[in-house]
Design a protein around this ligand. Structure first.
Ligand code: SF4
Length: 67
């Protein structure tokens, strides 16, 4: 089972919390919006990814399980 971070770009407001917490899979574009890798979240970063989901000010993040 792998975990993938997803962003709802409709509600994202470019606060950048996700890129700070999970730089392994999130970078920011020139406007500060997240660019999320399609790669699975590394096991060592899953805890931070969960934290990012909780702390996103717009609740725009979710973690998806893929088997
Ligand atoms: S923390 Fe949430 S609102 Fe901020 S850039 Fe990431 S997804 Fe968007």
């Amino acid at each position: 089972m792998t975990q993938h971070l997803k962003v709802d770009m409709i509600v994202c407001d470019a606060h950048g919390v996700c890129a700070e917490l999970v730089p392994e899979v999130v970078s920011l574009d020139e406007w500060g919006y997240p660019v999320v890798s399609s790669a699975p979240v590394p096991a060592t970063a899953v805890k931070h990814a969960r934290k990012a989901v909780k702390l996103c000010p717009r609740l725009a993040l979710r973690l998806e399980d893929r088997g």
